[in-house]
Design a protein around this ligand. Structure first.
Ligand code: PLP
Length: 387
C-alpha cells in the first residue's frame, strides 16, 4: 500500500486501543482453566477501586446492568420516579424502567451536555426517589450542587460515569463523590473489555448487596465454592441476576487500566488540536472542559450552529464523502419510540433537542494519526468554504 493510499483510507470515529499485552493476558487466563468470574475479576475490581478512589467496586456485564443494580440497592422501585437526562444513551432511562420506576426527563446545560441542579429541580416530582446524573461524553457533571439539592430531600444521586473514566471533578476522579457510580467498558468507551461494566460505591451495605445480586444473590460465590473441595450448600437470599463479568474480560481490563493515563493524555492532545483548528470558525463550537473539571474527551462533539454555512446533516455527508466517519451527537431518549408516548414528566427539553440536532462527534481515538486528523480538519474547513 502506498503512503497516499494509507492516507486516503477510511477514518473511523472511534477505535479501541488494544495490543499484545491484552492478548497475552487473555492467553494466561485461558491456560489457567478458569474463565468465568474469579480471581482476575477480583484483581480488576481492586485496581479499579484504587484508581477511582472508590470504597467498593463490583464488576458487571455492562454499565446498563451496573445502573440497574445501583437502583435496586438504592431501594428504588414501582411507584418511584427517577430523574434522568433525556440527552443520554437510552440505557440511563431504561435502568429506571427496569426497577418499575418512572424515568422523568430533565434538560441539560448547553455547554457541558450534563444535567445541573437547576434542570433537575425543574424535573423533580413528589415521587422522586433517585436522580441519575450523567458525565456526558466524558464531561464531568457538577455533582456538588446536585447533592446539595437532593441530599436534604432524601433523593439518592447515582452517577452514570459510563463515558468518564479518567475525567476529573474538582481534581478528583469522577464518580468518587457519588454514593453509587456506574461505568462502561464497551468498545466505544476509552477503556474496553469487549462488553463490561463496574459499579462503585462508598457504602459497604450497597457494595455487599450488589456483589450478591450480580450473581443470583447466592450466599457463596461460584468461585469460592469451586475453591473448596466440599462446598457448603449455597442459599439464594433474594431474586438476583446474572450480571457477572468473566475473568477473560477482567484480564483485558487490568491491562487497559494501565493504559488510562496515556489514553487520556493523547485524547486531550487530539481534542486541543481540533479546538485550535476550529476556534476562529463562525458557527462551530467544540465541547470543552467545564471550569470545575477536566474531560477525557470520550466524545469530542462539535456544535454546528446557524452561522456555519451548512447544517449538521450536510457536514456529515461531506465528511462521509471524504471517507470520514462522524456520528450524530448524543440522542434524546424522549424522542425514541420506547418513550415517546409515555408520561415522562413535563420539564422543558429545549437544550437537549438543540444539542441532539446540532452536534456531531468527530473521529478521536488513541492511534489517530496526525495526517488523518488533518484530513478531518481540512474536510470541515472546506465545508465552511475555507481553502
Ligand atoms: C451515558 C451512558 N450510560 C450507559 C451506557 C450503557 O453502557 P453499556 O453498553 O456498558 O451497557 C452508555 C453506553 O453508551 C452510556 O453512554
Amino acid at each position: 500500500m502506498t503512503i497516499s493510499e494509507t492516507q486516503l483510507g477510511r477514518i473511523d470515529v472511534m477505535k479501541p486501543w488494544l495490543g499484545e499485552a491484552e492478548a497475552q493476558a487473555l492467553a494466561e487466563v485461558v491456560a489457567s482453566g478458569w474463565v468465568a468470574q474469579g480471581p482476575k475479576v477480583r484483581e480488576f475490581e481492586d485496581a479499579f477501586a484504587a484508581g477511582q478512589h472508590a470504597g467498593f467496586a463490583i464488576a458487571t456485564s455492562s454499565c446498563t446492568s451496573a445502573l440497574h443494580l445501583a437502583l435496586v440497592v438504592a431501594g428504588v422501585g414501582a411507584g418511584d420516579d427517577v430523574v434522568v437526562p433525556s440527552f443520554s444513551f437510552i440505557a440511563t432511562a431504561n435502568a429506571a424502567a427496569y426497577v418499575g420506576a418512572r424515568p422523568i426527563f430533565a434538560d441539560v446545560d448547553l455547554h457541558t451536555g450534563c444535567v445541573t441542579a437547576a434542570t433537575i429541580k425543574a424535573a423533580l416530582t413528589p415521587a422522586t426517589k433517585a436522580v441519575i446524573a450523567v458525565d456526558q461524553g466524558g464531561v464531568p457533571v457538577d455533582l456538588e450542587p446536585i447533592r446539595a439539592l437532593c441530599d436534604p430531600l432524601g433523593i439518592i444521586v447515582v452517577e452514570d460515569a459510563a463515558c468518564a473514566i479518567g475525567s476529573l471533578y474538582r481534581g478528583q476522579p469522577v464518580g468518587s463523590t457519588a454514593e453509587l457510580s456506574a461505568w462502561s467498558f464497551h468498545p466505544r468507551k476509552i477503556l474496553t473489555t469487549g462488553e463490561g461494566g463496574m459499579l462503585t460505591t462508598a457504602r459497604q451495605d450497597f457494595g455487599d448487596r450488589a456483589r450478591r445480586l450480580r450473581e443470583h444473590a447466592m450466599s457463596v460465590s461460584a468461585a469460592d465454592r469451586h475453591a473448596s473441595l466440599l462446598a457448603a450448600p449455597e442459599e439464594y437470599l433474594e431474586i438476583g441476576f446474572n450480571y457477572r463479568m468473566t475473568d477473560l474480560q477482567a484480564a483485558v481490563g487490568i491491562v487497559q487500566l494501565s493504559r488510562l493515563e496515556a489514553v487520556v493524555r493523547r485524547r486531550r492532545e487530539l481534542a486541543a488540536t481540533y479546538a485550535q483548528a476550529f476556534a476562529g470558525v463562525e458557527g462551530l463550537r467544540l465541547v470543552s472542559d467545564p471550569e470545575y473539571g477536566m474531560s477525557n474527551f470520550q466524545s469530542c462533539w462539535l456544535e454546528v450552529g446557524p452561522a456555519f454555512p451548512v447544517g449538521r446533516e450536510v457536514l456529515m455527508a461531506h465528511l462521509a464523502s471524504d471517507g470520514i466517519s462522524a456520528r450524530r451527537g448524543i440522542m434524546a431518549a424522549h424522542r425514541q419510540p420506547a418513550y415517546a408516548g409515555a408520561d415522562t414528566g413535563a420539564a422543558e427539553l429545549g437544550v437537549t433537542e438543540w444539542l441532539s440536532d446540532h452536534t456531531l462527534i468527530l473521529p478521536l481515538y488513541h492511534e489517530l494519526a496526525l495526517h488523518d486528523q488533518v484530513r478531518v480538519i481540512d474536510s470541515v474547513l472546506r465545508a465552511a468554504g475555507q481553502p
